[in-house]
Design a protein around this ligand. Structure first.
Ligand code: F6P
Length: 522
């Protein structure tokens, strides 16, 4: 058992699962912990008459699940699987992970219309493109907005049911619930600490002010005690947006906003993964067996070079740009023809939105075109797999790759980059990373690219393939050290430390989690 005092506030403190558990037991004794997100961490589906449990392709869910496994509590989320209703009790709850229960999942049911207008509409056709700024026009639809408010109210009700009258810490995830903090605040129910993490970028105020409901969204978010973003830059954008659009007191130096006598802290916390668990699992026999399966399935000769990309099929991820870069590389460097294969895993996502359908068509046509241009005999340069694979399957692919490309046009963080690094316990492999991801602020030993430049990305792929083993190892070791220490427990620990200092005024606010860092790395 850890005795914390204020030791955990020191910058050199090593955050582990035990340390996080200790902090919660010691400082939040008597509090219930409720995490809220749209996407649930475990989804039940019917498959061939059987019920199967799936993990979603979501960085947010992958990051929060180890925290909940360590700390216990209740996670409230939309029950989106077709077999979800068959798995819950009378209170819509079930214990998860299903094979080793450690916390409670409470499912909230949405009608098709609610899902269409709140999730596909306001959240993902409006706020998603608005915040990512990748030249996809946001859809502003008043019906979507009404449904967004309605679903936020539905989740507010579920939270209050789970909290009952007990002191509760509510930790909200993401842009699906911008109105929820204010709703909770106005419920005037017992002792509630409310905090939120915004997993995507926050744009500058000129962009945000185009949203017809900008003021309501900002007011909703200011119901939080603490609002976190990945980067200091996103915090600054948020402070400036509020300063321009709302009547409030904005402290641009102390990163605080006071509205109606209530203060909200705005702080950067770059999210991460459970490095130790991931790195250990990558070394198991199960992953080695998965590697043999891939080798058979892709007919990998020992002399082939392998590039990989693993993403949800989303227009922010730069998948067409990446495929065009492979094409440009083959045009420019004859020596890689018949020697390089690029494996792209594309997990289908948000397919009811027009831009996502169009993107799927574009990718399919590009893969056809590029393979038609270069394929000879049994070799074709691009393998596009429109499926989701298990954790060990992905780790196996990481381990087989000469290089991994994460060239998002804009990305709050991107955990695929950190997962690739965690899988490479052999110290080899090259990460090519977009300079417009949050991860690029930490993983400076990746090869950084401008994803909008196909030529630059192609040239960087060539550099990756020609890098000496010594340099590959030097870079990978530095990235592994960094992800090992800036792990998911540190993210949660820093977040909680900032919140607890504020709530219980134990330490002066200038210290630790925020302490004057100019970069994302806190
Ligand atoms: O990380 C951003 C995020 O929107 C998460 O909130 C979400 O779970 C993930 O991307 C995948 O999106 P979705 O939940 O819409 O499939």
């Amino acid at each position: 058992m850890f005795a914390f005092g204020d030791g955990f506030l020191r910058n050199g403190f090593v955050w582990t699962k035990d340390a996080l558990q200790g902090l919660i037991q010691e400082k939040l004794r008597g509090y219930r912990l409720i995490v809220v997100s749209n996407r649930e961490p475990y989804i039940h589906h019917y498959s061939g008459g059987q019920i199967e449990c799936e993990r979603p392709a979501s960085g947010m869910a992958a990051a929060l699940d180890p925290i909940m496994r360590a700390c216990g509590g209740t996670w409230i989320a939309h029950g989106s699987g077709d077999a979800d209703r068959s798995m819950v009790d009378d209170h819509d709850r079930l214990a998860v992970p299903p094979d080793d229960p450690q916390y409670t999942l409470r499912r909230v049911w949405l009608s098709k219309q609610q899902e269409q207008e709140y999730y596909y509409g306001l959240a993902n056709a409006c706020l998603w493109p608005l915040c990512h700024v990748v030249y996809t026009r946001p859809v502003f639809d008043a019906r979507d907005w009404d449904r967004y408010r309605e679903v936020n109210e539905l989740f507010c009700k579920a939270i209050l049911e789970e909290a009952e009258e007990a002191p509760t810490f509510v930790f909200i995830q993401d842009y699906h619930f911008a109105l929820l903090p204010r709703m909770l605040r106005e419920s005037n129910r017992g002792k509630l600490i409310v905090a939120q993490f915004w997993h995507i970028p926050w744009p500058n105020h000129e962009i945000f002010r185009t949203l017809p409901w900008a003021e309501e969204i900002l007011d909703g978010l200011l119901g939080n005690d603490l609002l976190g973003f990945h980067l200091r830059y996103y915090c600054q954008n948020f402070l400036e947006t509020v300063d321009h659009l709302l009547e409030t007191k904005v402290d641009q130096v102390g990163f605080e906003i006071t509205r109606g006598g209530k203060t909200t802290l705005i702080r950067p916390f770059p999210i991460s993964i459970d490095f130790d668990e991931h790195s250990t699992m990558a070394q198991t026999d199960e992953v080695t067996r998965e590697m043999s399966r891939w080798q058979k399935r892709l007919r990998l000769r020992p002399d082939l070079l392998i590039g990989i990309g693993i993403d949800r099929v989303d227009y922010t991820k730069g998948i067409p740009e990446r495929l065009r870069a492979v094409d440009a590389l083959l045009t420019r460097c004859r020596e890689y023809r018949e020697r390089l294969i690029f494996v792209q895993i594309g997990v289908p996502s948000r397919i009811h939105i027009r831009q996502y359908k169009m993107l799927n068509d574009e990718i399919e046509a590009l893969v056809d075109e590029i393979n038609w241009r270069w394929a000879t005999g049994s070799w074709a340069p691009i393998v596009f797999l429109r499926e989701q694979y298990s954790g060990p399957g992905m780790m196996a692919l990481h381990r087989l790759a000469n290089f991994c490309v994460v060239n998002s046009l804009h990305d709050g963080m991107n955990l695929v980059a950190k997962e690739f690094v965690a899988s490479r316990f052999d110290g080899d492999g090259v990460l090519i990373l977009s300079q417009f991801t949050g991860a690029a602020r930490e993983l400076t030993d990746a090869l950084l690219v401008n994803p909008f430049s196909v030529e630059e990305t192609a040239e960087t792929m060539r550099q990756a393939l020609e890098m000496t083993q010594e340099e590959r190892r030097r870079r990978m070791q530095k990235m592994r050290d960094l992800v090992a220490s800036n792990n998911i427990y540190r993210w949660a620990g820093k977040f909680l430390s900032a919140l607890l200092r504020f709530e219980f005024a134990e330490v002066q606010p200038s210290e630790a989690a925020f302490g004057g860092h100019g970069s994302a790395v806190v």
